[in-house]
Ligand binder design. Structure first.
Ligand SMILES: Cc1ncc(COP(=O)(O)O)c(C=O)c1O
Length: 412
C-alpha cells in the first residue's frame, strides 16, 4: 500500500507573523478580478498604477548606468549613492552625516528586517506605534522579539503620548519605533513629541528607529522634523527611500542613516554588516537611481501643494468621508492615507476583515481593515489617497452607499 508522506509545514516562527494588507482580502480581490470584475484598489501605497510617473532624471540615469551595473556592489551600497544620501541629510541639518553611516537596501522593507534581526535576542521588546505599518510588528516577531504597542491618540491628531510610551518600557526594551509622517494615520509629529521620544530613548538606553519614508509628502505647511536632528546623543536609525516621494516603489531602493553615539554601537554595526554581506548587495541599477533622485529639481513639491494631485486627492477624500453620517476622520498632515472611524452606535462591526470583504464583494472596492494595522478596535478602515479625484469621488460614493445599506440592516 502506498504510504503518504507527511505534509510540508511552515516554520513555527511564522505562527504570530501577520501581514494582512496583502492577505486574504487582497486574494479575494484577485479572485474577483480573474472572474472579470474591475476592482478599485485603495489598499496599497503604490503610486505607479495610479498614473504617477517616476521623475525623468531617475530613469535616464538608470539607463545610462545600466551597462556598469551588472556586478555585485559593495554590500553597504555604491559610494556615489551613499554620498548623495549623506548630503541629503546634511541639507536637513545633520551636518555630520557621512557616507560611512549610510547603508543601502532593497527598499526600506528589507532594511527594517535586517536592523531588527541584527538587534534582537529572544523576547527582547520593541516599542511600536498602534496603529502601525504592520511590517514593523511582523518583522519584530520574525526576528524573535516581542512587539509592544503604544497607542496613538485619535482624539489628539493621532499623536502618541510620551508618558504612555514610557510606561511600556521594561528591562527588555531595546528600541522605540516612530513612523513620521505616519502610515496609516497621516499624522506628522511636532517637535515636542519627537524631543520627548528621544528623551525616553536617552534615559532608558534605547535605539530610536525613525521610519521617515513619507518625509517629503507634507500638506498645508505641516513641519516635518527629522527625528535625528533632535536626538544627536541617541543612537538613531533613520529609514527612507525612493518608493513614495520619487514614485518608484517597484525599483526597491531605500537606505538607512545611522547617527548619534556610533562608538557605542560597534558590535551592533558589525552584526548589521554581517547580514548585509550575507545578501551580497542591494539591486545595483536601483542604487544608481538614488543619486539622480536626490539632486536637482524635486517634482514632489508640486504634487503636495494646493492644485497638486496628492494634495487635492487627500483633501477630497477627507471631505467626502467626513460628510458620511457616523464617519469621523482626521485630516492628513502628510503621507498617502486616511484612517477613518465608523461610529459603533451606527455601524456595529464585529469583524472588520469580514466587513471589508463584504464591501469588496458588493462594491468592488478594496480597502484595508483597521486591525491589519495592529489597531485594537474593529471600527477603523484605511484608505489610500492615490487614485485621481474622480476615482476617489466614485469610490467614496460607493462606500457611502454600502454604509447606508449596512446601517439599515443593523437597525432592523
Ligand atoms: C511606513 C512605511 N515604511 C516602510 C515602507 C516600505 O517601503 P519600501 O517600498 O521602501 O520597502 C512602507 C510602504 O508602504 C511604509 O508605509
Amino acid at each position: 500500500m502506498q504510504q503518504f508522506a507527511e505534509e510540508f509545514l511552515q516554520s513555527p516562527k511564522l505562527a504570530e507573523v501577520r501581514y494582512d494588507v496583502r492577505g486574504p482580502i487582497a486574494r479575494e480581490a484577485v479572485r474577483l478580478e480573474r472572474a472579470g470584475h474591475r476592482i478599485t484598489r485603495l489598499n496599497i501605497g503604490n503610486p505607479a498604477p495610479f498614473g504617477f510617473q517616476a521623475p525623468e532624471q531617475i530613469l535616464q540615469h538608470m539607463i545610462k548606468t545600466l551597462p556598469t551595473a551588472q556586478g555585485y556592489s559593495d554590500s553597504q551600497g555604491i559610494y556615489s549613492a551613499r554620498v548623495a544620501v549623506a548630503q541629503y541629510y546634511q541639507a536637513r541639518g545633520l551636518r555630520d552625516a557621512s557616507p560611512e553611516d549610510v547603508w543601502l537596501g532593497n527598499g526600506v522593507s528589507e532594511l527594517i528586517s535586517m536592523v531588527l534581526t541584527a538587534l534582537l535576542a529572544p523576547e527582547d521588546e520593541i516599542l511600536i506605534p498602534a496603529p502601525d505599518y504592520p511590517l514593523w510588528t511582523g518583522a519584530t516577531k520574525l526576528a524573535g522579539g516581542r512587539a509592544v504597542h503604544y497607542i496613538c491618540d485619535e482624539h489628539n491628531r493621532w499623536w502618541p503620548d510620551p508618558e504612555e510610551i514610557e510606561s511600556k518600557v521594561t528591562d527588555r526594551t531595546k528600541a522605540l519605533v516612530l513612523i513620521n509622517p505616519n502610515n496609516p494615520t497621516g499624522a506628522v509629529y511636532p517637535r515636542e513629541i519627537l524631543v520627548a521620544m528621544a528623551d525616553i530613548c536617552r534615559r532608558h538606553n534605547l535605539m530610536l528607529f525613525a521610519d521617515e519614508i513619507y518625509e517629503n509628502i507634507i500638506f498645508d505647511g505641516a513641519e516635518m522634523i527629522n527625528a535625528a536632528t533632535v536626538a544627536d546623543d541617541v543612537l538613531t536609525v533613520t529609514f527612507s527611500g525612493l518608493s513614495k516621494t520619487w514614485r518608484v516603489a517597484g525599483f526597491r531602493s531605500g537606505w538607512i542613516y545611522v547617527s548619534g553615539p556610533r562608538h557605542r554601537a560597534k558590535n551592533y554595526i558589525e552584526g548589521l554588516n554581517l547580514l548585509m554581506n550575507m545578501r551580497m548587495c542591494a539591486n545595483v541599477p536601483a542604487q544608481h537611481a538614488i543619486q539622480a533622485a536626490l539632486g536637482g529639481y524635486q517634482s514632489i513639491e508640486e504634487l503636495i501643494l494646493p492644485g497638486g494631485r496628492l494634495y487635492e486627492q487627500s483633501r477630497t477624500a477627507h471631505r467626502l468621508l467626513a460628510e458620511i453620517e457616523g464617519v469621523t476622520v482626521e485630516k492628513a498632515d502628510g503621507a498617502l492615507y486616511l484612517f477613518p472611524r465608523l461610529d459603533p452606535e451606527i455601524y456595529p462591526i464585529a469583524d472588520d476583515e469580514k466587513f471589508v470583504i463584504d464591501l469588496l464583494r458588493q462594491k468592488k472596492i478594496l480597502l484595508s481593515h483597521g486591525r491589519a494595522f495592529n489597531w485594537e478596535d474593529t471600527q477603523h478602515l484605511r484608505l489610500v489617497t492615490l487614485p485621481s479625484v474622480e476615482d476617489l469621488e466614485t469610490a467614496i460614493a460607493e462606500i457611502a452607499d454600502f454604509l447606508t445599506e449596512y446601517r439599515d440592516a443593523a437597525s432592523r
